[in-house]
Design a protein around this ligand. Structure first.
Ligand code: NDP
Ligand code: GDR
Length: 383
């Protein structure tokens, strides 16, 4: 039985990867942070009672900023593969917390590589580093491939640039099997609520159900290459199963504007949006409803209003608070190498991704709405 250690197991990718590796028969160790509330929602379905004999999923308290902790966990768990997914992963927040981001996302990667080396495990343990399309930043060329020059545009991306190169350096200097997956944006129903796709699918679901008035957005012109996280964790696994350690771009090769993602999400519940105006004055107006789609998707019968009462109203507005000091305007990846060498074939396209996210959010908010109607209070009302 192979053993894997996943940092960031409580995050979107950590949850899908843990599930994949457990299915493949791995013993999985995960590092989670101590928090004042439970933070294992995404992996609770994989959890086994620790009192059972030989549980295949084991969680350890830890933090990427704590070398001693990381070294001890690696020594105790003796992993064949380490997937370093932990990071302060929000680009906008990295402008507010640049030093912490550098420490966790940049030096955190060094801590793992150096722990493996100092423990004499450099021939045993393979390491996957969660690199990012944010490295490309200010557009140098499109589509972006493994050979496109980097130009990071945020404290997050600069920290990840260090992590990228220290991974390459340990591979070249010490012969370690250490690889970068340069992953373009990938989303899912498990995506953090403040990333743009999930913010949109949650808000549109609530607007359709009559539970929210407005959606405030930042830059609607940004273009992203969005895939499904379920497909992308398969690529992480494949990268560590190769004969030779190499870096790979994982992307769909299709790019879409944020504004069009909003329209697609709305169309899933039969809402038709029209955008007008420019810059901070741009608005998105609800111009019509496709009734059969609306009723099927929301479960709202003809006696319920939901979004019906809002036709002609503005539901999307701009709030400059969400603009970034420096933006990444256009990402579009070239996955040729990963398709040829890894045999990686994604199952979801953008339509399938939006469908999956919208179905999950509508279902969750309908349940909340029904509970509220039945007189229960819902604790998590975050928007
Ligand atoms: P999430 O933000 O969903 O998850 C991040 C994980 O890292 C969480 O488990 C979080 O713990 C943990 N974490 C954060 N800081 C620390 C720390 N100091 N010590 C230990 N754990 C920490 O990210 P994703 O799952 O979306 O992304 C996974 C990785 O891939 C990240 O490194 C991200 O930067 C990178 N990436 C993501 C892409 C994407 O589109 N999703 C694209 C390219 C790269 P907690 O739950 O306690 O917050
Ligand atoms: P990104 O993802 O910065 O690409 O980083 P995010 O979803 O946060 O932003 C994508 C684009 O949407 C624009 N945008 C908004 N973004 C957010 N979050 N909220 C808004 O209201 C909003 N309005 C417009 C942004 O300006 C941006 O252009 C993600 C993270 O997962 C990183 O960890 C990862 O490395 C990269 O993807 C690849």
């Amino acid at each position: 039985m192979k053993t894997a250690l996943i940092t960031g197991i409580t995050g979107q990718d950590g949850a899908y990867l843990a599930e994949l590796l457990l299915e493949k028969g791995y013993k999985v160790h995960g590092i989670k942070r101590r928090a004042s509330l439970f933070n294992t929602d995404r992996i609770d379905h994989l959890y086994q009672d620790p009192h059972e004999k030989d549980p295949r999923l084991v969680l350890h308290y830890g933090d990427l900023t704590d070398s001693m902790n990381l070294t001890r966990i690696i020594q105790e768990t003796q992993p064949d593969e380490i997937y370093n997914l932990a990071a302060m992963s929000h680009v906008k927040v990295s402008f507010d917390t640049p030093e912490y981001t550098a420490n966790a996302d940049g030096i955190g990667t060094l801590r793992i590589l150096e722990a493996v080396r100092l423990l004499g495990m450099e021939k045993k343990t393979r390491i996957y580093q969660a690199s990012t399309s944010e490295l490309y930043g200010l557009v140098q060329a499109v589509p972006q491939s493994e050979t496109t020059p980097f130009y990071p545009r945020s404290p997050y991306a600069v920290a990840k640039l260090y992590a990228y190169w220290i991974t390459v350096n340990y591979r070249e200097a010490y012969g370690m099997f250490a690889c970068n997956g340069i992953l373009f944006n990938h989303e899912s129903p498990l995506r953090g609520e403040t990333f743009v796709t999930r913010k949109i699918t949650r808000a549109i679901s609530k607007i359709a159900l009559g539970m929210q008035k407005d959606l405030y957005m930042g830059n609607l012109d940004a273009k992203r290459d969005w895939g499904h996280a379920k497909d992308y964790v398969k690529a992480m696994y494949l990268i560590l199963q190769q004969d030779v350690a190499e870096d790979f771009v994982i992307a769909t090769g299709v790019t879409t504007k944020v504004r069009d993602f909003i329209k697609m999400a709305a169309a899933e519940v039969g809402l038709m949006l029209d955008f007008s105006g420019e810059g901070v004055d741009e608005i998105g107006v609800l111009v019509g409803i496709n009734e059969p789609v609306f009723e099927r998707a929301t479960g709202c019968g003809s006696d319920e209003t939901g979004a019906r009462a809002r036709i002609g109203e503005t539901i999307v507005r701009i709030d400059p608070r969400y603009f970034r000091p420096t933006e990444v305007d256009l990402l579009i990846g070239d996955p040729t190498k990963s398709k040829e060498k890894l045999g990686w074939v994604p199952e979801y396209d953008l339509k399938g991704l939006v469908e999956d996210m919208m179905q999950a959010d509508v279902k969750a908010f309908r349940r909340d709405r029904d509970l509220i109607r039945a007189g229960h209070s819902i604790l998590n009302q975050a928007e």
